[in-house]
Structures are given as structure tokens and as C-alpha cells.
Design a protein around this ligand. Sequence first.
Ligand code: ATP
Ligand code: PAF
Ligand code: BAL
Length: 291
Amino acid sequence: MGMTVLKEIEGVREQVRAWREQGFTVGLVPTMGYLHEGHASLIRRAAEENDRVVVSVFVNPTQFGPKEDLSSYPRDLVRDIETVERSGGDMIFYPEASAMYPEAYSTYVEVGGITGELCGRSRPAHFRGVATVVTKLFNIVRPDRAYFGRKDAQQLAVIRRMAKDLNMDLEIVGCPIVREPDGLAMSSRNSYLSKEERADALVLSRALRQCRERFQSGCRDAQALKEEMRGIIAGASSAVPDYVEIVDAVTFHSVKTIEKKALAALAVYIGKTRLIDNTLLDPDDEEDPEL
Ligand SMILES: Nc1ncnc2c1ncn2[C@@H]1O[C@H](COP(=O)(O)OP(=O)(O)OP(=O)(O)O)[C@@H](O)[C@H]1O
Ligand SMILES: CC(C)(CO)[C@@H](O)C(=O)[O-]
Ligand code: BAL
């Protein structure tokens, strides 16, 4: 089967309906495009677990703040088509913003609780935009499973909460963080970095690795771990932390002592580029294949 590229919502519905009539299961990988190996790993996983895979490519305006990078967000549909095809996807859905948010559009999905923490503090309307667009994508594609990366750990938790709270009939699948060989988590925004900033950006994964090592050797004091991470970040001249946190992996509330599953999570400006990364700190399982 060849790959389809569709812009119109109705065309997507028709194609998915035809697949369903043939008894096929459908996986969805929502993205903002400029695809890299992190996205490709989600598409491959979806292709392993579903008969057909839809990849949405949509730079969603409602999740960007007024001073954020909506207009400069990188785009390359031709390369994205190649990546989806090579990774086993069957359809790219790339709608226009005016089709997703026509005139008089007025409905938003607000997830409470964890959205008040971490990225939700620095990007106040962000998760409302994410929850809204993901709900719309779920309603358009009606997938059996949807795939999200753990690099955006809080986003994954918000979507799991939303799907559960709103009785959405699909499985949310979380996928491991894919890194460059030197440890930097892959991100479309890495393309903004100058050569010097690219080198400085290594402080995120380095700080998290150090945190994990100290955790594995028995340290459970979150303050001490955070101070050490801040010290590593301060070593890069272009790096300014937005947050350096250790939170409960379920509630996303800050913890003092790590007694159950926690997440060490960072958002750091490297020059003007805001990057995020995280690692799980699990007192019952000290192995982490990702860092
Ligand atoms: N390095 C990665 N490993 C695993 N999943 C990833 C990685 N990067 C992004 N993803 C996942 O891909 C999906 C689409 O993300 P998105 O298009 O925003 O990519 P991104 O590279 O994170 O972009 P940005 O630079 O905006 O953060 C999300 O579920 C995200 O968690
Ligand atoms: C899930 C998502 C595609 C919604 O726009 C976006 O937040 C992303 O790329 O992670
Ligand atoms: N990966 C999250 C998309 C955003 O930063 O808006």
C-alpha cells in the first residue's frame, strides 16, 4: 500500500472508515512535523502494533504563547513524507490551521491538577491547547491507539488523565526518549541551536545522568540532587534554567525525599531555545536504559 498525504478532515475520515470496514486497527502518532528519529521510533512502534498508521503533522497555534516560536517553528513536509514512509506510516494528515480552528471556534479542553506544575507554570495556556488539539485529532481519526514520547513526560501524563477522565475509547502508549549519540534528547527545536549552543545543550542530559547516578548510589534528597543539576547547567554559558525539578511521577508535585517513583525534569533555555528533558527515578527499579 502506498502512503497517502491528506489535508482535508473529511478525506481522513473516509480513509479511516474504509480501513475499518476491512477490519484494520488504526494507530495515531500526533506530531508538529520536522520529524526526527524520536518521531520515527513512535511511527515504527505504531506500525508494529496496528494494521494502519496515521501521522498528523500540525503546528498547533493554540498551544503556543504570544511570545513563543509559532511563526519560526521548523517545517519540511517533503522530508516528513519520506520519514513517515520509511518508518511504516500509511497516512500523513496535515490540516490547515483554518480547518482545525474555523471562524467562531470556541471549544477548549482543560485538564486540571498536573497542568499547574512544570511546563504548565511557564506556558500557562500550553496544555489547554495540547488537550484541545489532541481531542480533535482523536475525534477525526478515532484511533485504537495513540503514541506519545516520554520526552514530553508531562504532556503524556496530561493526555492519559484526559483520556481516562473523558472516557476516551483508545489506548495511550508512552514511548522511550530517543537521544543523539552524545546524549542530547532529539527535538525539532535542536535545529535552532548554533554550534556553541549545541555543545552547551549537553548540560541537560549530563545533569540528568549525574542525578541518576547519585540516586542509584543511594541519595534520596531532592534538594541536593537539584543543586547538583543546577551546578552542571551553570557550567554552560548560554544555559539559563526555566525549571530544575524533582516531582512525584503521578501528581507532578515537587518532592523533598524520593520514596516512590519520581521524575527529574528540566526545562533550560539554551540562548533563545527552550529545551526539555527528564528521567525517571524509581526506588524499586534502578535500571534506566535511556540515559
Ligand atoms: N527524542 C524523542 N524521543 C521520543 N519521543 C519524542 C522525542 N522527541 C519528540 N518526541 C515525541 O514526538 C511527539 C511529537 O513531538 P513534537 O513534534 O513536538 O517533537 P519535538 O521534537 O518534541 O518538538 P519540540 O522541539 O517542539 O519539542 C511527542 O509525543 C513527543 O513526545
Ligand atoms: C501532541 C502534539 C502533537 C499536539 O500538538 C504536540 O504537543 C507535540 O508534538 O508533542
Ligand atoms: N513537544 C511539545 C510541543 C511544544 O513544545 O509546543
